[in-house]
Design a protein around this ligand. Structure first.
Ligand code: SAH
Ligand code: SF4
Length: 371
């Protein structure tokens, strides 16, 4: 299951690790920053473009590190709202990175808010019954470098698209760790990657604009609460009682609500900001008024925001989204109690079509064509 690439990805290195390594190789201390500038500010695609680095040093870098741990395969656009980048890793595994554009009224496409959704694993071990990512289990963890490089791919796409992008360093507004995989199941790599993305010598992206979503790995939520990097947290709740949650999320057997909810409270108290509870609405599974009332009570108790997401059908799975009337009836129970709640409407289908579906399709096509 583990994959060790021939060369580690340079994007998994930090200023400290690079400085130490380059010192060992007799390079002056300022080289690390020069190199990081080529990687994150100029975002060049080849070692040869790093013209202020001595040629022998560039040769050594090329022999030691991978500069492109993810290769761009294709983009799939959906209703003008999302761009999915399908990326291939060194072992031919496929991952997806999604760019979600939410146009702002009265301004052009360039000024739309962009949210980037990144993956942290190939597949997922958590086995949620409704999710395409978990259908075939976990193939492997992504390395920190592979996680970071997804953002470099996004930046490069955007650099080519708008002049704004390069000028502004990073051209996106929010980063959500909600693609394929359970991020807290690959804890060290995701934390290292987020540190690199946040660092002033990296992409310089604000921690407050990063949201990590988890299916509820309680000890890791506690660990995350103690990290100095103040990222936001979203919990995939999807059931307001153990009975319902357990039916669709096996993780609930290990960490039932009585353990999960106190950990969420601890996180939000330590950080002083609202946690988001994500709740996919699945017809006949969790869309009853009783579930709405119980979810309302949990949200009020935790002072949490609730994000209701109409279920996105997955090929081969029986689950369906409830009718619009039922979705709205559910939302009203929360609204009436002044819970901060959003129900994604029209564009939801495109926006939430994130979780591993394109990868699965391509993998099936690949098998069929034996490529
Ligand atoms: N593993 C993490 C993050 C990735 S999944 C987690 O589970 O939180 C990101 C979000 O997409 C989760 O809330 C997940 O439950 C949701 N999701 C998965 N499959 C979906 C589907 N078919 N329709 C709508 N949301 C889905
Ligand atoms: Fe994994 Fe999240 Fe999908 Fe569950 S919802 S299988 S944790 S990716």
């Amino acid at each position: 299951m583990a994959y060790t690439p021939a060369k580690p990805a340079i994007h998994g290195e930090t200023l400290d690790s690079l400085t130490a390594l380059l010192k060992e190789h007799g390079q002056p201390a300022f080289r690390a920053r020069q190199l990081l500038e080529w990687l994150y500010k100029k975002r060049v695609g080849s070692w040869d473009e790093m013209t202020n680095l001595p040629r022998p040093f560039r040769t050594w870098l090329a022999e030691t590190f991978e500069l492109t741990p993810t290769a761009f395969l294709l983009t799939k656009q959906s209703e003008d709202v999302t761009d999915k980048l399908l990326l291939e890793l060194g072992d031919r595994s496929l991952i997806e990175t999604v760019i979600i554009r939410a146009p702002q009224l009265g301004v052009g496409q360039d000024k739309s808010r962009k949210t980037i959704c990144i993956s942290t694993q190939v597949g997922c071990a958590m086995g949620c019954k409704f999710c395409a990512s978990g259908l075939e289990g976990l193939k492997r963890n992504l390395s920190a470098g592979e996680i970071v490089h997804q953002l470099i791919q996004v930046c490069r796409q955007e650099d080519a698209r708008t002049p704004r992008a390069r000028a502004e360093l990073v051209s996106f507004d929010n980063l959500v760790v909600m693609g394929m995989g359970e991020p807290l199941h690959n804890y060290d790599a995701i934390m290292r990657a987020l540190t690199i993305l946040n660092a002033e010598w990296g992409l310089g992206f604000g921690a407050r604009r990063i949201t990590l979503s988890t299916s509820g790995l309680v000890p890791k939520i506690r660990q995350l609460a103690d990290e100095p990097l103040g990222i936001r947290l979203a919990i995939s709740l999807h059931g307001a009682t153990d009975e319902v949650r357990e039916q669709i999320m096996p993780v609930n057997k290990k960490w039932p609500l009585a353990e999960l909810l106190p950990a969420v409270r601890e996180f939000s108290e330590k950080h002083g900001r609202m946690v988001t509870l994500e709740f996919i609405l699945i017809a006949e599974i969790n869309d009853s008024l009783d579930q709405a009332e119980k979810l309302r009570d949990i949200a009020l108790d935790l002072h949490a925001h609730v994000n209701l997401i109409p279920y996105n059908t997955v090929e081969g799975l029986p689950w369906k989204r409830p009718s619009l009337t039922r979705q709205e009836r559910f939302a009203r129970v929360l609204e009436d109690a002044d819970v901060s709640v959003t129900l994604r409407r029209e564009k939801g289908h495109a926006i939430d079509a994130a979780c591993g579906q394109l990868r699965l399709k391509t993998e099936k096509a690949r098998e069929a064509a034996l490529i």
